[in-house]
Write a protein that binds this ligand. Structure first.
Ligand code: HEM
Length: 152
C-alpha cells in the first residue's frame, strides 16, 4: 500500500470509529462501568493522566479548534479531564467540575468541533498504544455528551 493510501485509510478508520461511537452512544448513554476494568485498560492513574495531558496538548495544537481554548488554562483543563475520565472509566476519582452543559454553553461548539476533539483523542490514544477496543469503550462513554456540548 502506498504511503498516501495508508494515511487515507487511517483517516477513514478514525472517522468511522468516531461516527460509530456517536451512533452506538444512543444505546449505551449513561452506561458507566460498574468496575475499574476500563480504567485499568487505560493504564490506571498514570495512564489516564498521560492520556488527558496528551489530549490537551493535541487540542491546543489543533488549528481547527484551538481558538476556542484561548481563554482556558491548559493545566486546569487537563486536571478536570483527568478526574472526569478517571471517574467515567471506573477509577477512584470524583469529577467535581462544572456540568458539560454549563461549561460549554457559551462556546458555540459545532458538530465539526466535537469531531475534531474526538479525533485528537483517538490520535492520543493510538499514540499511547491503547488497544482499539479500549479506545472505543472510552469513546462510547464520552459520545453521549455531544448533546450537552454541541450547541449549534
Ligand atoms: C466529549 C467531549 C468533551 C469532553 C468530555 C469535555 C470535557 C470538558 C471538561 C471536563 C471541562 C472542564 C469543565 C470545568 O470543570 O469547568 C471542559 C471545559 C472546556 N471545554 Fe470541553 N469537553 C468536550 C468537548 C469540547 C469541545 C468539542 C470543545 C471545543 C472545541 C470544548 C471546549 C472546552 C473549553 C473551551 C472549556 C473551558 C471552559 C472554561 O474555560 O471555563 N470541549 N470540557
Amino acid at each position: 500500500m502506498s504511503h498516501a493510501m495508508r494515511i487515507w485509510t487511517r483517516r477513514r478508520l478514525l472517522g468511522m470509529a468516531a461516527a460509530s461511537a456517536l451512533i452506538g452512544a444512543t444505546a449505551v448513554a449513561g452506561a458507566a462501568p460498574a468496575d475499574d476494568e476500563l480504567y485499568q485498560a487505560l493504564g490506571g492513574e498514570e495512564g489516564v493522566r498521560r492520556l488527558t495531558a496528551e489530549l490537551v496538548q493535541r487540542v491546543y495544537a489543533d488549528d481547527r479548534i484551538s481558538p476556542l481554548f484561548k481563554e482556558t488554562n491548559p493545566k486546569f483543563l487537563a486536571e478536570q479531564l483527568r478526574k472526569q475520565f478517571c471517574e467515567l472509566s471506573g477509577g477512584p476519582c470524583r469529577y467535581d467540575g462544572e456540568t458539560m452543559a454549563k461549561s460549554h454553553a457559551t462556546l458555540g461548539i459545532t458538530k465539526a468541533d466535537f469531531h475534531a476533539l474526538v479525533e485528537d483523542l483517538q490520535l492520543a490514544m493510538a499514540a499511547q498504544d491503547i488497544p482499539f477496543r479500549t479506545q472505543n469503550r472510552l469513546l462510547a462513554l464520552l459520545a453521549p455528551m455531544h448533546r450537552d456540548i454541541v450547541t449549534r
